[in-house]
Structure formats: structure tokens, C-alpha cells
Ligand binder design. Sequence first.
Ligand code: NCD
Length: 300
Amino acid sequence: MRHDHLISAKQLSRGDIEGVLDRAAEIAADPGAFAEAHPDTLLGLLFFEPSTRTKMSFGAAMKRLGGGTIDMGSVDSSSVQKGESLADTVRVIEGYADALVLRHPSEGSAKLASEFVDVPVINAGDGAGQHPTQTLLDLHTIRENAGLDDLTIGIVGDLKYGRTVHSLAHALTNFGATQHFISPESLRLPRGVRYDLREAGAEVREHADIEAVVDRLDVLYVTRIQRERFPDENEYRQVAGEYRVDVDLLESAAPGLTVMHPLPRVDEIAPEVDETDHATYFEQAHNGVPVRMALLDQIL
Ligand code: NCD
């Protein structure tokens, strides 16, 4: 990859993406061969927001490469509570670790952190901004299940605040995918994201109903309404439960439709869908380990 820091999916060329995914496939086929790839390497985990998958799979990935992790722990138990700035926190932890993984509620925080340190910074989610490593595992999952060529994907849910959406949609412009964006009017893609996608050559097709497009899709990427980002709880309540993917809806889908979700889900995918061949979200979550191993291997 051309960059030390991974802040945005906009940095990633098709070649960069294929490089990581090819390596991830090699690792998945024979993880033991990489067990000593990065001994004595320490990855710093700085999560200022809740995380299960991203934090644990980065930890697992680093350990499976022979390295270890140090973890700031929760905001409540760190010096952030005493008023320490993000810049000071990362300047201190760069002295303890060989690379930093940062999740933070403010958009632009990973970029800011990267300006204060010399070790690589990996953005694990900056507010409603970007989540590029989720995108790499999403692309890996798409490549394994539907292929990245001639792809038609529907992305449904919270397109406004969903950082996984912003990163994935941009990365898919490298592959010329046909993208359908399905959301309530109030949760449409932000203007800036739409502009960037058009600049990258994508046509932005927007819909209010999944039914309008489900029969054309190779992949349906479902997202959670990002309750924690709404300035007003009433606004959240107006759109909560707007979309629910269930077996009735999937009757109109192609038999090979791949249903994905970055997780956690609330109620946007009915549990009964888990038993169908469409359900790919747990496999998707598991792909976080080989893909993050591949990424760390390249960045380190
Ligand atoms: C996502 C996130 O944090 O943006 N989760 C994840 O990393 N798998 C999606 C979400 O929280 O809805």
C-alpha cells in the first residue's frame, strides 16, 4: 500500500485492495504459516467508542501474526477522563506501540491523530466518517461469495450516519459496481459522499423501498440505524424499524443473493434469515481476522 496510515477508503486503489485481499486469502488457507510473521510487534488499541468485532479481531489478528496488543481500555478508566487531548494521548501511546488502531466518535479524529505521530494509524471508525478496515473485510466477503466484477449491490438503512457505507461505497467505485442506495429520505447519503462517488465515476441510484430493487441484486448490504449519532431521539424513533429483511422479502430475491451486515444488528434482519443460504454476516465477521492480518502484515 502507498500509505503508512489507513484513514479513509478513498486512499485505496484497486491494486491496494486486491493486494490485501489476495494476502488475506493466502492467510485464510494456511494461517499457521504466518504465526511468526511479526514477533515482538505491539499494536496499540485506542477505542473511545464501544466495539466487539473490530477490537477483538484486530487483537486476534495481531496475536496470530506472533505479536501482541496493548489496550487503552475504556474511556472511563483512562486519562481521557482527566481531560487529556487526543493529540497528547496518541503521542504518548506511540512510544509504547508499533502501530495504533483508533476508534473515536468525532469525524476526522483518525486524520488528526495521524498528524501527531510517526507510527501508522489505522482508522477503526471516526464518528459518521469512515471505517476502511470494515470495507476490506466486506470486499473480501463479496469477492468470495458474489465476485467483485459486474456486481450489483443494494445498500440499505442508515446511509447518512453509517460509516461502513461511506467507506464501502467509495471502495466499490474501483470495481465499477452498480450501487443502489435504499434509505428513508432523512437518512440519504450525505451530499459530500454523493459528490465524491460521482467524482469517482459512480452513478448514485437512490430508492425508498428494498422491494423496488431486491430482484436485481447480487448482494444486499444491510445496516443498523445509528441511534447514537442522532441529535434527537424523536428523529431516531421516526425511522427505527423502517426496514426489516425477512424470508418474505427474500422470496423475490435471486437464489444466490448474498445478505451482508457489518453487525451489530438490532432488528433489521429477522433471525429466520440466519437459517437461509443468503445469510453471510457471521462469515463476514469472521473474515475480519484474516483480512486484518493481511492489512497489519502490509502496514508493519
Ligand atoms: C459498525 C461500526 O462500528 O460502524 N460495526 C462494526 O465495526 N462492525 C456498524 C455499526 O455499528 O452499526
